[in-house]
Write a protein that binds this ligand. Structure first.
Ligand code: GCW
Length: 842
């Protein structure tokens, strides 16, 4: 079949009135709220949609409901609904709270016992007219109902005989941002803050409002806007009106503003000589501060606290407990209805690594379990889903079942700190589902994490979900066009943790890329495969992500977790690998779980393979349930993972012309980069374990790269070889870089294989402190050139910087001279690692 350019295909499809998503380029700014025009067939089923929308009472939040409905319907159907204040003499869409609608449509509330932010979507005959009703007990629930209705239309679902109720599982459905006041975002990968700039709240908060709209569309009702490593400045008097401006931007969307506060604020900015939570002056200071805040922001939601953690000050300064610190703030918020999220992420990062009984994983439980029943009822303990820190795989935190008389929220991470930083595709809902569905055996029947955090298991008044999101000024919010699936998935699960990942992936894909089955199937399959793939080429068997934990948390850094106080140890040595956390011989961490769970993890036999190294130290020759030895599993999984990452590129390429060009190209670029970086990961981890264990790969792959030519073996001009540290992050442990005096460098070699078509991969190092230029010449002909201008988290050559440039379709002949030229810039010395030449299929 001849290949037509995408524009032609789109044009042809348009003539057939199929109107695919490729009709116009998209930036991703609209995320899943595109309201793209429906094709004729889909639009036909909404032909009878009433022309009028009725909102009987106005308020900041309610106002958004008809506005959004009008916007969505106009986008999808090209019709502009008329807005009325009361029932017209024609069919209508009615929006409102149950009490607003009571006079015209009595008895709605009793339907399904809807409460809080739950909503009803229903068709009713009222005075002989066909009405579509969106109703809730709360104003924001009405808005959620409108978004649900529009989502149905965008996915081409029927609205006839609609009778649906939805009830969120928990009252707390929040997001946190780790934005600093200078505009940078801690662990943010999508540009600067949408809230702050140069120490102040941004003058233009358009994006903050747009973010709130996106959040509302997935049922999120609170957002803490600043880094939990909080700058006390946010509480200074002249800063509060600035916060009020953000609250104003959020308000129309029912998203309540929250901030992270530093517990030392009474001293640092309050002029007191103490921040002891039990000092009366300190409690007065907090009370007065919140009085001031609520005067400006009547719907202020509350605060998030990180204390006694990673160098932050906390109640430990005065020998006080987290409960003392949480309660003094909670009591000041209580009269206003505010809440305190106190983070359970309290641990000693200067642990003695030589003591085999020390274990960071035990910290949250050790610190908080003894305080159960000491926290006020407007305190919520915010617990990271695993006991360490958002690794690619961890068991569930035992603290969830360790607090029965305390409110809890689970903390998840949408920002992909340890899962590829949005340069790698890693759809996290499948991971979160495993966590939420995990039965902690904390009661008579099943007690999955989702029931504990939503307050059901222990009959708590409140609780729920928090995710660290870290959207930025990048147009598409999270940088990778497919990364927003994680924010969408988070919101959907916080609303209803019983949804399955596949359904979430499909919903998101349809809303984001349209309803074409091939597009839906391909993208949702890619999403669902992506976390296991990422896990395979990074940290295996529960050993942690194996990334550089002392720096970027991005590329491979197997040894970085060892021999330091941070406690992310995997204890790999010449004989074996894994942390012994058993009661019998290890740190005793397993005892923090209830008996049935503890029993499962205590035994090697019943510990699932994927968490083996989290709980046990075993020899490399230990045989897994899968029948493979640990070492062979490490090798195989890394080779499989890298191959599957390459396959993601192919899957995506099958969508060329079926998704708009802008998002197609951007996604392709990132997936191709990921496929290259997966090889960097594969080689680093495999070589490290090969070197450490001395056990060869049964399949002969590790350490053998028949298609690879090391640059240090080429003929060099201006380039000098050097040792890369850690050595496994460069092929053969060595790379070349331009000598300090060199302006231009070259590495040359002769091709000595049979004549044919080949692809040539150049592995180079792209740092963020320079923009080197590269050229590849075949004889005298330039076959490719590029600038190493990516902003990877790297200032030196190594696993973070290593990047592949693929030159495809080269006709090579034996004896051909291939020359790679580098022009260094700044501190980036145009470093190269190796070249690989692969035969292309005929
Ligand atoms: O994982 C660590 C991050 C820190 C973060 C901390 C936390 C905001 O590396 O950057 O600090 O977790 O959750 O407090």
């Amino acid at each position: 079949m001849p290949r037509f350019p995408p524009a032609l295909i789109c044009g042809a499809l348009l003539l057939l009135s199929l109107r695919p998503a490729c009709a116009h380029a998209e930036t991703g700014a609209q995320a899943w709220l595109r309201y793209a025009p429906l094709n004729q067939e889909a639009a036909r089923q909404y032909a009878n949609l009433p022309a009028v929308v009725v909102l009987r009472r106005d308020s900041a939040v309610l106002r958004s409901a008809p506005a959004e409905l009008i916007r969505g319907v106009r986008g999808m159907l090209g019709r502009t609904l008329r807005e009325e204040k009361d029932l017209p003499g024609e069919n209508a869409i009615l929006l409102g709270t149950f009490s607003d609608l009571q006079p015209v449509a009595p008895g709605l509330a009793s339907r399904g016992g809807i409460h809080d932010d739950g909503f009803l979507l229903a068709t009713r005959k009222l005075h002989g007219l066909d009405c579509l009703i969106v109703a809730s007990a709360t104003e924001r629930g009405v808005l959620y109902g409108v978004f649900a209705l529009l989502g149905k239309m965008a996915r081409n679902e029927s609205l006839s005989a609609l009778e649906e109720t939805q009830q969120p599982t928990a009252p707390i459905r929040w997001v946190d941002q780790w934005d600093n006041l200078d505009g940078r975002i801690e662990r943010g990968y999508a540009g600067p803050s949408i809230f702050f700039e140069n120490g102040s709240v941004r003058a233009d908060l358009t994006r903050a409002g747009e973010y709130a709209r996106l959040l509302a569309s997935i049922g999120i009702n609170g957002c803490a806007i600043n880094n939990v490593n909080a700058n006390p400045r946010v509480l200074e008097d002249d800063f509060l009106p600035q916060l009020a401006r953000v609250a104003n931007a959020f308000r129309p969307w029912g998203v309540r503003l929250s901030i992270a506060v530093d517990v030392s604020s009474p001293q640092v900015i309050g002029g007191l000589d103490t921040f002891d939570p039990l000092d009366a002056r300190v409690s007065e200071w907090w009370a007065k501060k919140f009085d001031d805040i609520y005067r400006l922001i009547p719907d202020f939601a509350g605060v998030v606290v990180k204390a006694d953690s990673e160098g932050r000050l906390g109640p430990a300064t005065y020998g006080r407990t987290p409960a003392d610190a949480a309660n003094v703030i909670a009591r000041a918020l209580k009269p206003h209805g505010g809440i305190v999220f106190y983070r359970a992420f309290v641990y000693n990062h200067q642990l003695d690594w030589q003591n085999p009984k020390n274990d960071r994983a035990k910290a949250a439980y050790d610190n908080f379990h003894p305080l159960d029943d000491k926290f006020d009822d407007n305190v919520i303990i915010q617990i990271k889903h695993g006991p360490i820190d958002f690794q690619v795989r961890e068991p569930v935190s035992p603290l969830f079942s360790g607090l029965e008389k305390t409110n809890e929220a689970i903390e998840l991470q949408v920002t992909q700190e340890y899962t590829g930083q949005q340069r790698h595709l890693c759809f996290l809902p499948p991971m979160w589902k495993e966590v939420l569905d995990f039965d902690l055996h904390a009661g008579d029947g099943p007690t999955p994490v989702k029931d504990i955090v939503s307050g059901k298991t222990f009959h708590r008044p409140t609780g729920g979900f928090v995710a660290v999101v870290n959207v930025g000024m990048d147009k598409n919010w999270l940088a990778h066009p497919l990364a927003m699936a994680n924010l969408y998935g988070y919101g959907r699960l916080a609303w209803n943790p019983n949804l399955d990942s596949k359904q979430i992936a499909e919903e998101w894909t349809r809303l984001t890329f349209g309803n074409e089955p091939l597009v839906e199937n391909t993208i949702s399959r890619m999403l669902l495969e992506s976390w296991p793939i990422y896990e395979r080429y990074t940290g295996p068997l529960g050993a942690g992500t194996l990334t550089d934990i002392l720096g970027s948390h991005y590329g491979p850094g197997v040894e970085s977790s060892e021999r330091n106080g941070w406690g992310q140890w995997h204890r790999a040595d010449h004989q074996g690998v894994g942390m012994d956390r058993t009661a019998a011989t290890g740190t005793g961490y397993v005892e923090q779980y209830r008996a049935p769970v503890a029993k499962m993890y205590e035994s090697l036999k019943t510990t699932p393979d994927e968490l083996l190294l989290f709980f046990h130290h075993v020899p490399y020759t230990y045989v897994l349930h899968s029948g493979k030895t640990v070492i062979q599993h490490i090798y195989d999984s890394h080779y499989d993972g890298a191959e599957e990452a390459a396959n993601l590129v192919k899957q995506w390429q099958s969508l060329e012309g079926r998704v708009d060009e802008e998002r197609y190209e951007e996604t392709l670029k990132r997936l191709a980069y990921q496929a290259g970086h997966a090889i960097v990961w594969r080689d680093a981890v495999c070589n490290w374990f090969f070197r450490t264990s001395g056990i060869a790969d049964q399949r002969g792959r590790v350490g053998h790269y028949p298609d690879r030519i090391e640059v240090e073996a080429m003929q060099l001009a201006g380039y000098v070889p050097f040792d890369v540290i850690p050595q496994e992050t460069a092929s053969g442990g060595k790379a070349i870089e331009c000598a300090p005096s060199a302006q231009k460098c070259a590495a040359t070699f002769r091709f000595d294989r049979a004549a044919g078509w080949y692809e040539l991969d150049v592995e180079y190092f792209d740092q963020n402190n320079g923009q080197s230029k590269f050229r590849v010449l075949l004889g005298d002909q330039v076959v490719d050139e590029w600038v190493a201008d990516d902003l990877l988290p790297a200032t030196k050559p190594g696993g973070d910087a290593s990047t592949r440039r693929r030159i495809s379709g080269l006709a090579l002949r034996p004896g051909d001279k291939i020359r790679i030229e580098g022009i260094p810039e700044g501190e980036e010395r145009a470093a190269l690692d190796y070249v690989e030449i692969h035969t292309l299929p005929q």
